[in-house]
Design a binder for this molecule. Structure first.
Ligand code: SF4
Length: 107
């Protein structure tokens, strides 16, 4: 390998390595996630439902009104999206109008 070819090879290798290092990790998009099923064993254990209005507020450990996934501290993704990632159910999307027993108020 000539000096010029070797220098070019080193430059391209460095550029490729830098590209790999600066490329942001691909984040899972909410629309790519499967929806959490209410009969999923983990969802059932957490009393998850797609519709928070079906839950008697007096049955909640924290009976504060207006509890939905959309206003839970553990929801992720974008406000206004119908289905959003949740820290409790990795790899699944929960309904913004849903609820589970882990609901926590946003700080
Ligand atoms: Fe919804 Fe919060 Fe329960 Fe996740 S932890 S399912 S966002 S209520």
């Amino acid at each position: 390998m000539s000096k010029i070819a070797r220098r070019r090879f080193i430059q391209l290798s460095a550029a490729a390595a830098a590209g790999v290092l600066v490329q942001p990790a691909r984040k899972a998009r909410a629309e790519d996630l499967p929806h959490l099923a209410e009969d999923d064993p983990m969802a059932s254990a957490m009393k998850y439902t797609h519709d928070a209005s079906t839950v008697d507020p007096s049955s909640r450990a924290n009976p504060a009104a207006e509890q939905t996934c959309a206003n839970c501290a553990l929801v992720q993704g974008n406000d206004g999206d119908e289905w959003r990632p949740c820290q409790i159910f990795p790899g699944k999307a929960v309904n913004a109008a849903g609820w589970c027993s882990v609901w926590a108020p946003k700080a």
